[in-house]
Write a protein that binds this ligand. Structure first.
Ligand code: CIR
Length: 262
């Protein structure tokens, strides 16, 4: 079943202010800790960009015990039928889901929860207008997928388990939705079977991190510093907004990870 606009038309977003502990966030390669003050500025610019794209943003307070809690996307899947609180794959991030469950309830959203031992990070879930693709990764496993699939299948969604490229943290580190039939993806994913029925715009080589862009209503938020990708999207007719994400990038995060959009 096609749900027109599900993947890019949003009225609301939830973000969380980065705490001082963000300097301790997980990273595969240590290229230095983020600077808290700079992160706060970049986060504010990100929130403003979401607002300019027509979204009402709810900002949750910093969660100091959880250095990665600014990456709210990993803790929940927000669908019109309800919010599903996930079970993040990194043990140090599990408690973020408890807080998000409470926060979502307080914001008045119906909440379900993955209760089993399997894990799913929201960064591995790509929702398009016609299906949900979940990338198996070091954070997302078969058991987690099965539990998630059982819930969303009841709501009529088609959901499949696909592969996250091996040297990549999350499936959506390498792809994003640009429209009902259009995906932005790195060369690592552009030829993937799961995208054979979509038009794929390939991120220019050397700018792989720009695949983690987000279409929000009529705009596409693209991380700053990737001029070839911004140019490609611009010449393809998209209304591009460049948003700084240098501090998130130090923690292997990007634009999509920092909000839940619905
Ligand atoms: C982590 O390793 O979990 C964080 N440092 C980065 C999470 C980024 N989230 C995302 O791509 N959805």
């Amino acid at each position: 079943m096609e749900r027109h606009g599900l993947s890019y038309r949003f009225r609301n977003a939830i973000v969380r202010t980065p705490g001082k502990s963000v300097t301790e966030g997980l990273r595969d390669v240590d290229r230095g800790a983020p600077d808290h003050a700079v992160y706060l500025e970049e986060h504010e610019t990100y929130v403003q960009a979401l607002r300019r794209a027509g979204v009402e943003v709810a900002t949750l307070p910093a969660l100091e015990p959880y250095p990665d809690s600014v990456f709210v996307e990993d803790t929940a899947l927000c669908l019109p039928e309800g919010f599903i609180i996930l079970r993040p794959g990194a043990p140090s991030r599990r408690g973020e889901a408890d807080s998000m469950a409470l926060d979502c309830k307080n914001l008045g959203h119906p909440v379900l929860r993955l209760e089993g031992r399997g894990t799913v990070d929201g960064g591995d879930i790509l929702v398009t207008d016609r299906e949900i693709l979940v990338g198996a990764s070091e954070r997302t496993d078969q058991n987690g997928f099965d539990e998630l699939a059982a819930i969303v299948s009841k709501w009529g969604y088609t959901i499949s388990l696909v592969r996250t490229p091996s040297d990549v943290l999350h499936f959506k580190s390498d792809c994003s939705v640009l429209g009902p039939d259009t995906i932005l993806a790195t060369h690592r994913l552009s030829g993937a079977l799961c995208f054979s029925d979509y038009t794929v715009l390939e991120v220019p080589r050397g700018e792989e991190a720009a695949a983690n862009s987000i279409r929000v209503n009529s705009k596409v938020l693209v991380p700053d510093g990737f001029p070839k990708t911004a140019g490609l999207l611009d010449s393809s007719g998209f209304d591009v907004t460049r948003v700084p994400a240098t501090q998130a990038a130090l923690l292997d995060g990007g634009l999509s990870c920092q909000s839940l959009r619905f």
